[in-house]
Design a protein around this ligand. Structure first.
Ligand SMILES: *Cc1c(COP(=O)(O)O)cnc(C)c1O
Length: 232
């Protein structure tokens, strides 16, 4: 079932890329496995998938331990509390959700102890919805400048979430705002900051995200099914 879902999803990604003249190699798929058991991840691994996204440190740690024999790329996509950065610093492939300087400093400090430079994305809050997470667009460049000073942190792009809505077109505005912000950052030329990735698009709106220029889509439901515990 999961292998089948992945196959269908990859086909939809390819078709969307084709439709808008992009190369499907330029869109990475992160399979969001939060709340799903190790067996589900194993099924996806069996189908050749290696990039997985998790939102909770403890859950990630447990799964990683069981799956240690597989060379997987773990992505941290949820809100990361500063005091938990140390648990994942040794191995986390990409942290999508850096939204303040104190978290950035802690990640850099912990990465340094393992002799790593940690790749991160800056999470931007692009909707009107009340949420504690994500830096406002107007404050993003200032944050990037601060983050760029950190020794063991490398900013590789931006991440955002569209609004909670059934209509994927409602996300378009958010995604365009992220693209526009990237353009501003590139033209301003913030040193040591790379804008190679835009992480945007989930099960309900990834096609719109790809049309708007997403390079990483984070998809759970379309691969693993509906979450019983519906947490974000
Ligand atoms: C849960 C989650 C996803 C995946 O959502 P689906 O709708 O199941 O595809 C993507 N990004 C973040 C940040 C999430 O928390």
């Amino acid at each position: 079932m999961i292998a089948e879902n992945l196959k269908n999803l990859r086909k939809r990604i390819e078709q969307t890329c084709q439709k808008c003249g992009r190369r499907s190699e330029d869109v990475q798929l992160v399979a969001v496995s939060k709340t799903f058991p190790v067996e589900a991840i194993q099924e996806a691994v069996g189908a050749g998938h290696i990039d997985f996204g998790e939102n909770y440190v403890q859950e990630l740690q447990e799964k990683r331990q069981v799956l240690a024999m597989h060379p997987l790329h773990w992505h941290f996509i949820g809100h990361l509390q500063s005091n938990k950065a140390k648990y994942i610093a040794e191995y986390i492939h990409l942290i999508h959700s850096v939204d303040d300087i104190s978290l950035g400093k802690e990640i850099s400090k912990r990465a340094e102890r393992f002799g790593r430079v940690q790749d991160v994305l800056v999470e931007v809050h692009t909707t009107d919805e009340a949420t504690k997470y994500g830096v406002p667009p107007k404050k993003t460049i200032a944050l990037l400048k601060e983050l760029s000073q950190l020794q063991c942190l490398r900013v590789c792009g931006l991440m955002t979430m569209g609004p909670f809505s059934d209509d994927p077109n409602d996300s378009r505005q958010s995604f365009r705002q992220l693209v526009e912000l990237k353009r501003e950052i590139v033209s301003e030329g913030v040193e040591n900051v790379h804008m190679q990735h835009l992480s945007m698009g989930m099960t309900h709106d990834f096609e719109v995200a790809i049309e708007e220029g997403s390079t990483i889509v984070r998809i759970g439901t379309a691969i693993f099914g509906r979450r019983v515990k519906n947490v974000n």
